[in-house]
Structures are given as structure tokens and as C-alpha cells.
Design a binder for this molecule. Structure first.
Ligand code: F6R
Length: 597
């Protein structure tokens, strides 16, 4: 999704903007641009195009100016092109604006402004903003921005730069925006990695905030009154946000998973306080649980259903957040959890707001401190995955599962012996995941084989059914191979028609109560001549005779098998995409943080 980074200070803005924009590339974008307020002469110099940041850096001449704004665009309104890229300017070219979000009433505003003599050059919704500011400007930029935003309906994180004004004006509604605090310099950005090179002191703007930022002052107002906002210290290091010798962020993030498991568990096992006050939930008469999420986080939620139902013995419903508005929800006596790596996914945030409207107590599981989800929810549990830069979620999924295991174990109705065994299993998980990673060279060979096909099925049963869904999602999003995840028993109810020697099937074979029937399903697939790759536990003798290829994973408690299996499938997807020459960290048309519905 679109990214914003802005600078005001003593240094030259141009190099800072360009290097910070490259830190935002992971969000996914199709165009980018910068504008610098030069002095003298006092004017806005803007350069933008439908190119990568590297190409933009080559086409921009040296600009003299210590205040500037930058943007990476992910097209929503108007195709990726030079004119549609941000920043957008007013008629006189004195006011430049970068914007994340969507202005819903822009057509009407555009018609009105055109009839008043304003001239539009792009197809974007954003362009109405600089024109509105121009219309209302009478010497006070801040007031003009406030007036402009009163006309606007929709979501926005905007930053405004005006020639000759030694300040940046920022405003936020339903789209994240942070202010980074420096020494005689300040930053504004859509997310933390953009500014981590310069500062780890951050203020999160809240809904309706307008920030006026100079090089040595930050003033935040809401409804015309000055407000104070807490400063947060970001614990992520810049090294964590860099590739650290790996070819891709995705590979680095896959390899970080043993540490992520240790960090996330360490966070909660060392705490004397319960992770979440489920006792209170019980006091409130909660009889069932609802988990909401999107994409990979949704698949973590589906695994969570199995974990919570087994350990807590209460019914769990898992819903796709974007669908949550469309059915009659029965939410009486329901405790709600939302899972979101970024904490900014628009569909998930909308669902949280809806839950709160109907009086549900909401617990958010998120990776980003201070994110919107953490601010709206009643309670937040942080995963300790560190910054996840690659668009494809990997380590955040594992960290989410760790929180779910810990939550469910903390309140489990299982007997003490079972819990003690599980705790031991949990502590061994980092080394089990390391074993999967050590098996990388073999997985690479299977990936080479898989990369020649255009359609693949992933099948699983029980707690590994969501793993099949996640395996298919990972493969399709980064290798562009059409992949579908299926409950193994469902193949015969339709997809069998597609099986044959050109459609490999990847079967996740767990040593639990699904094992025997899974072998039967595999025989059915083989009878239809599909090549079969099995993901099976070490020591499984029978599988070698049925499958064409076997990827071996270490033996773990069945409840933890989604962790080792998913890591193996992440590697399989990664190496398949690599073999096909795909842009792994930035897959086409995708964005890391999906801030539109
Ligand atoms: C897939 C992926 C997406 C995200 C989804 C939700 O690899 O990354 O499917 O999982 O967009 O994002 P969050 O968890 O940030 O709400």
C-alpha cells in the first residue's frame, strides 16, 4: 500500500527522502515521488513517476532544501502513471500533498473546484486536497488544511508542504501516520521502518489529529485544541529491518523463526501476569470465542480454533474480517480476538469497530506497537516477530501461533501432565524449526521440480487443514503458480476433476488422528496420476511407498505440527518462486499493509 515519508531539519531533505522511500518499498507500490521546498528561490520542486525508487533517484537533479515530502503509491484511483503519482500540487504549484487512503467524495469536490477555476491534471482523488487547501489559504496553512479536511469524506493520512513555510502539516483519519522525533530534525511517516535509520522515538497520531511539525517543534491539535500524545520508543533495530546478508527479506524472515518463537514465548513465560485476563472473560459469562483476521493471519486464527477448542473446550468461530459486516452476528456471551500483523488492515479495523459497537470486549494480537488495532482494542497482546518487511507473511504467522498456544495453555482444562508435556514441546520448538531450516537444500530440490507446474493442490486435515491453505497462499502469492488449499476429504467432491499428471498435490501428513484417512486420500490422488509430494514426520515409513517425494519434518506434539509444517512450506514457496525468477519480496499487485477495504 502507499507509503509516506517526510523530513524537516537542518540537513538536505532529498537524500533522506530517497533512502527512506526505499525502506518503504516492502509495502508494495507502483509509482513514487518527492517534493522539496527549495530556498531560495522559494518554490516547490516535485519529481515523480511510475518507477522504482532507484530509478527516481537517478532522474531527480540535486535539489537544495531542508524540508520535503515523499510517497510510494499503490494505485487505487487512476492507473500507475507520472501524473497520478504523488506528490500532487495546487494550480500555482506552491502546495504539495502526499496522501494515503481514499477520498470518497472527490468527484463532487472536483466538479465544484473546477467550476471555481481550479485545473486538474490527474485522475486521482488526492488531487482535490491541494486545491482545497489553495482555496482556503489566507496566510495560515494549518487553518487552510483544517478547512479543506472539513470538506473531505473518506480516509486519509496526509502531509502538506508549502513553499516558503518552514513546517509540515500532517493529518490522520483511518490511515496510520507517525511522527519521528529527532535532534533539530523531525520526520513524518506512514510506518516505522521508513525512519528507523534516523530515530526510534515515535508519536502515533490519533484519529482526527492535525500535527504541525517544524525542525524543533511538534504541535498536535484535535478539534482546534492542542493535545499531547505519548512518545513511544521503538525496540526494533535497523539491522532487523535490513537483509543481513540474505538474498531476500523473506528468506531472512523465515530463518528468524527459531528466535521469534523464543522471543514471543520469553515475553509471556517470564511475565507473572496472565497474558490476557480470560478469568475476567469467564466472569463476564463468555461461552464462545470469535476470532477475526485476514489472509495469513486468518489462517493462524483457523489453527487457533483447533488449539483453543482442544485446550479450553469452548466453541470458537473464525471469520474473515472483510465478510464480518455481511451476516447477522450472534455475539451474545462471545469474547473476540482479532489477529493482525500490521495492526492496520482496514477490513480488520472495521470489524474491530463493529465488535466494539455491539459491546464485545476485543483482544488484539498484533506485531506493531502503537498500531491502530492496538489503540482500538480493549487489550493488546504483542507478538515479538520484529519488523516483517517481505510482503509475504512468514515469521508473524509463527509468532501469532505462539501467542495462541500460550493463551490457550494458560487457561487450559487439560490435565497437568498433558500441559507439562506441551510446555516441554513448546520449549523445544525453536530447535525443531531449526531442523526444518537445516533441511533447506532438500526442499530446494523439490522446489525446482514444483516450479515447472502451473497448478498445485495442497491438502491437509484437522489442525493441518489451515496449514494447507497457508501453504497454497504462500506459493501463489510469490511464485504466481495457481495453488489451492483443500481439506483432504473435500478433493473427491469436485477438485478430482482437475487431478492428473500436470497437477501436483502436496499432502501434509501429521501423526495424529487424521493419519490413516490421510493415507487413503493420498492413494486416491495417486490413482488419478497426480505427482504427490508428502510433508511427513521423521520415522514415517509408510509414506515413502505412497508418495513420489517426501519432505521430512521433525516429530513434534501434533498440536505444534502446524509450526514445523508451515516453515517447510514457506521454504518450498520461497525456492519455487526463486527458481521462476519472481520478485519475491515485492510480488506484483500486492501490498504489505492493506489499508483500504
Ligand atoms: C500473505 C499476507 C497477507 C496478510 C493479510 C493480513 O502472505 O501477508 O495475506 O496476512 O493482508 O495482514 P495483517 O496480518 O497485517 O492484518
Amino acid at each position: 500500500m502507499c507509503g509516506i515519508v517526510d523530513y524537516i531539519g537542518d540537513k538536505q531533505a532529498q537524500p533522506i527522502l530517497l533512502s527512506s522511500l526505499s525502506r518503504l518499498e516492502y509495502r508494495g507500490y507502483d509509482s513514487c515521488g518527492i517534493a522539496v521546498s527549495s530556498s531560495p528561490p522559494r518554490r516547490i520542486e516535485a519529481y515523480k513517476d511510475a518507477v522504482r525508487v532507484e530509478a527516481l533517484a537517478k532522474m531527480v537533479p540535486q535539489l537544495g532544501g531542508t524540508a520535503g515530502i515523499g510517497h510510494t503509491r499503490w494505485a487505487t484511483c487512476g492507473e500507475p502513471s507520472q501524473v497520478n503519482a504523488h506528490p500532487h500540487c495546487d494550480c500555482a504549484g506552491n502546495i504539495a500533498v502526499v496522501h494515503n487512503g481514499v477520498i470518497n467524495n472527490f468527484q463532487r469536490l472536483r466538479q465544484q473546484l473546477t467550476s471555481e477555476g481550479h485545473n486538474f491534471v490527474s485522475e486521482t482523488d488526492t488531487e482535490v486536497i491541494p486545491h482545497l487547501i489553495e482555496k482556503y489559504y489566507d496566510g495560515n496553512l494549518e487553518k487552510a488544511v483544517e478547512a479543506a479536511l472539513r470538506d473531505v469524506e473518506g480516509s486519509y493520512a496526509i502531509v502538506v508542504l508549502m513553499a516558503g513555510e518552514p513546517k509540515l502539516v500532517a493529518a490522520k483519519k483511518d490511515s496510520p501516520l507517525i511522527i519521528g522525533i529527532g535532534d533539530r530534525e523531525n520526520f513524518i511517516a506512514s510506518d516505522v521502518p521508513a525512519i528507523l535509520d534516523y530515530t526510534n522515538r515515535v508519536i502515533y497520531l490519533e484519529e482526527g489529529d492535525i500535527g504541525v511539525v517544524t525542525k524543533d517543534n511538534i504541535k498536535i491539535k484535535r478539534d482546534g485544541t492542542e493535545v499531547s500524545r505519548k512518545e513511544h520508543k521503538i525496540l526494533w533495530s535497523i539491522e532487523e529491518a535490513q537483509k543481513g546478508g540474505y538474498e531476500h527479506f523473506m528468506l531472512k524472515e523465515i530463518h528468524e523463526q527459531p528466535k521469534v518463537i523464543r522471543d514471543t514465548l520469553g515475553e509471556y513465560t517470564s511475565s507473572a501476569e496472565p497474558v490476557v485476563d480470560l478469568a475476567r472473560i469467564r466472569d463476564e459469562g463468555i461461552e464462545s470465542m470469535l476470532i477475526l483476521a485476514c489472509g495469513t493471519s486468518y489462517y493462524a486464527a483457523l489453527v487457533g480454533k483447533y488449539i483453543v477448542e482442544e485446550l479450553l473446550r469452548i466453541p470458537v468461530r473464525v471469520e474473515i474480517a472483510s465478510e464480518f459486516s455481511y451476516y447477522g452476528q450472534t455475539l451474545a456471551r462471545t469474547g473476540a480476538i482479532v489477529i493482525t500483523q500490521s495492526g492496520e488492515t482496514a477490513d480488520t479495523l472495521k470489524a474491530v469497530k463493529r465488535l466494539k459497537e455491539v459491546g464485545c470486549r476485543v483482544v488484539a494480537i498484533t506485531n506493531v506497537v502503537g498500531s491502530s488495532a492496538s489503540r482500538i482494542a480493549d487489550q493488546t497482546i504483542y507478538t515479538r516477530a520484529g519488523p516483517e518487511i517481505s510482503v509475504a507473511a512468514t515469521k508473524s504467522f509463527t509468532a501469532q501461533l505462539m501467542v495462541l498456544y500460550w493463551l490457550a495453555m494458560g487457561y487450559s482444562k487439560a490435565d497437568a501432565r498433558r500441559l507439562a508435556t506441551m510446555l516441554l514441546g513448546l520449549r523445544q520448538l525453536p530447535s525443531k524449526v531449526q531442523q526444518v531450516l537445516d533441511n533447506e537444500a532438500i526442499i530446494l530440490e523439490h522446489a525446482k521440480y514444483l516450479s515447472k507446474y502451473e497448478n498445485v493442490f495442497f491438502i491437509g486435515r484437522g489442525i493441518n487443514f489451515p496449514v494447507a491453505l497457508e501453504g497454497a497462499l504462500k506459493l501463489k502469492e510469490i511464485s504466481y503458480i495457481h495453488a489451492e488449499g483443500y481439506a483432504a476429504g473435500e478433493l473427491k467432491h469436485g477438485p478430482f476433476a482437475l487431478l492428473g499428471e500436470n497437477t501436483p498435490v502436496i499432502a501434509i501428513v501429521a501423526q495424529d488422528n487424521t493419519y490413516e484417512v490421510m493415507l487413503t486420500n493420498i492413494k486416491e490422488v495417486k490413482a488419478r496420476k497426480s505427482p504427490l509430494i508428502a510433508l511427513a514426520e521423521e520415522g514415517d515409513e509408510a509414506i515413502g511407498e505412497l508418495a513420489d517425494f517426501v519432505i521430512t519434518v521433525p516429530r513434534v506434539d501434533a498440536l505444534f505440527s502446524p509450526v514445523v509444517n508451515t516453515v517447510a512450506l514457506q521454504l518450498l514457496a520461497y525456492y519455487t518462486a526463486k527458481e521462476r525468477g519472481c520478485p519475491i519480496d515485492f510480488p506484483r499487485n500486492l501490498a504489505k499493509s492493506v489499508t483500504v477495504e
